[in-house]
Design a protein around this ligand. Structure first.
Ligand code: NAD
Length: 285
């Protein structure tokens, strides 16, 4: 249901890889709500993924960029203002990747070059994006910048690995830059802490199917879907939230405030056998 919440607004959506991506849903919803947008993803993702299909459907230009490259980001903001015809009202950072997770390096055996890459792609790219935007004065007054986070920034989750550190940094950047950009240009910066979601990045997390099920049982409202996350992003981009900034906003069906639910307790009746080695010792990972 469209309410013209973003009528006349211009936005940039980073991170739509395929139709499971949270960014994909956000892009669709933003256009449905009256916005015009550009899309960005890595050159390889644009070639291998289906971003171009989305672009065609939404009449949006795709501007390839590695979000760790300041030069690429400068081009995204410059080109987006040209294509969309003015300053940008909203930006979605929906980017995450950990080579340690991909290569199955556990948290007590991290490869530090991989860790640098995790932090650069998943968190520092957010700083780079905002710094580039501010230097170009590319964001309109009361513009809204949102990045997607996860509750592993606050609490430890099996298998989330160095992405937990990346999310903690991401949320901190939202606060630190939110102060400066808010003070100087009334631009707001927030993170949305989303439920486990079955996307390409999500399913890369060890034990994701079980985590998804557990979070669903723990959350009074159940897990929030990618479509529901898109709805929340739209509200955060809209003029209805002009005084919300420097926040980490949970969008998780209540998960972050629950200690234990009856439905989740039932999952403990299941065994841990599949997490044991041949000697019967639990593999923690
Ligand atoms: N899926 C979940 O369970 C979940 C939960 C909470 C938060 N999030 C966050 O949501 C965001 C989006 O992830 P998703 O679940 O939609 O998965 P996704 O795999 O669809 O999206 C991740 C995107 O990051 C892009 N990316 C990777 N490296 C990049 C780089 N160097 N430069 C630019 N883009 C790059 C990928 O191409 C991809 O489009 C991530 O920040 C993720 O951590 C996901």
């Amino acid at each position: 249901m469209a309410n013209n919440l973003l009528k006349g607004k211009r936005g940039i959506v980073f991170g739509a890889l395929n139709d499971k991506s949270i960014a994909w849903k956000v892009a669709e919803r933003a256009v449905e709500e009256g916005a015009t947008i550009t899309l960005s993803n890595t050159p390889i993702a644009v070639r291998m993924g289906t971003t171009n299909e989305l672009a065609e459907k939404l009449h949006a230009e795709v501007i390839p960029a590695d979000a760790t490259s300041v030069e690429d980001l400068e081009n995204v903001f410059k080109r987006s203002q040209e294509v969309l015809g003015g300053k940008i009202d909203f930006v979605l950072h929906s980017i995450g990747m950990s080579p340690n997770v991909r290569k199955k390096r556990t948290y007590d055996d991290l490869d530090y070059n991989f860790l640098n890459t995790t932090l650069d792609i998943s968190a520092i790219s957010f700083h780079k994006m905002i710094q580039v935007a501010k230097k170009q004065d590319a964001i309109a007054e009361y513009g809204s910048i949102v990045a997607l986070s996860y509750v592993a920034a606050q609490r430890t989750f099996y298998g989330y690995n160095d992405m937990a550190d990346a999310k903690a940094l991401l949320e901190s950047i939202a606060r630190s830059f939110g102060y400066i950009y808010g003070r100087e240009k009334n631009v707001r910066i927030n993170t949305i802490s989303q439920s486990p979601t079955l996307t390409t990045a999500g399913t890369g997390v060890k034990g994701m199917d079980k985590l998804y099920d557990f979070a669903n049982r723990m959350s009074p409202l159940g897990n929030a879907s990618a479509d529901e996350c898109a709805d929340y992003c739209i509200v955060m981009f809209s003029d209805l939230t002009r005084k919300v900034t420097m926040q980490n906003l949970y969008h998780d069906g209540g998960f972050s405030s629950i200690g234990m639910s009856l439905r989740a307790m039932n999952t403990y009746q299941k065994g841990l056998d599949e997490y044991k080695d041949e000697n019967g010792n639990i593999i923690y990972g």
